[in-house]
Design a protein around this ligand. Sequence first.
Ligand code: HEM
Length: 217
Amino acid sequence: MLRLAGLANAGSRRLPEWAVWLAGLIPLAWLVWLTFTGGLGVDPVRGIEHRLGKTGLWFLIGTLAIPPLRALTGVNLLRHRRAVGLLSFLYIALHLTAWIWLEMGLLWAQAIRDLARRPYLFFGITAFLLLLPLALTSNKAAIRGLGRNWRRLHLLVWPAAGLGVLHYLWQMKIVSAEGWIWAAILAALLIWRVIQPWIRTRRQKIRPGIRAESLSD
Ligand code: HEM
């Protein structure tokens, strides 16, 4: 296990950020291909919307899973967390764009009527608005400028993910296990995030020499 984690970490250290972006854009390239080859079935707009929403959710949960992955397995992907988070924002922004442009035809009055008809869209929009300042401050200048407040601000990712999952669960026409699996994963990640400071303190008591940096997320 340790050997595998070591190999994964060596690979991760060597992996440039652009390669993570390239890999993260594969689902988008695949979606473009399906759109132009008629691979999205009878309702391509719905297909585009749904695929973008799901991919955004995968990346969002993926971002939150990076610290526990390191704590539980030793695999350290922290240096790629920013790219994964920004990829999540990109897909969610495209998901929103698909709704307003392809489904609503940029007709704002119709969009407002749709919001009243499908209240779960409010959850989605609120989640997007919470993610917006995070995406805008995911750069070195903002991290330096905001200091400790940067960490506080980025805790908004949790309510955003919660609202994203609620939005997903509510829009399901047929109850499917998938939505609940995402909800369970998010709940497990949140529990881990809440108990993690306690685990950290206990570990420090047991092994006082442990480097503070190796415990931070
Ligand atoms: C964090 C933010 C969001 C996440 C994680 C998210 C995720 C999802 C997911 C996973 C689906 C279902 C995909 C499927 O069943 O295959 C979905 C559907 C949908 N989302 Fe979002 N979404 C978000 C924000 C938004 C926003 C801002 C809008 C725009 C108002 C929006 C509009 C829609 C629409 C129209 C659907 C299709 C619903 C239907 O078929 O009735 N979403 N979203």
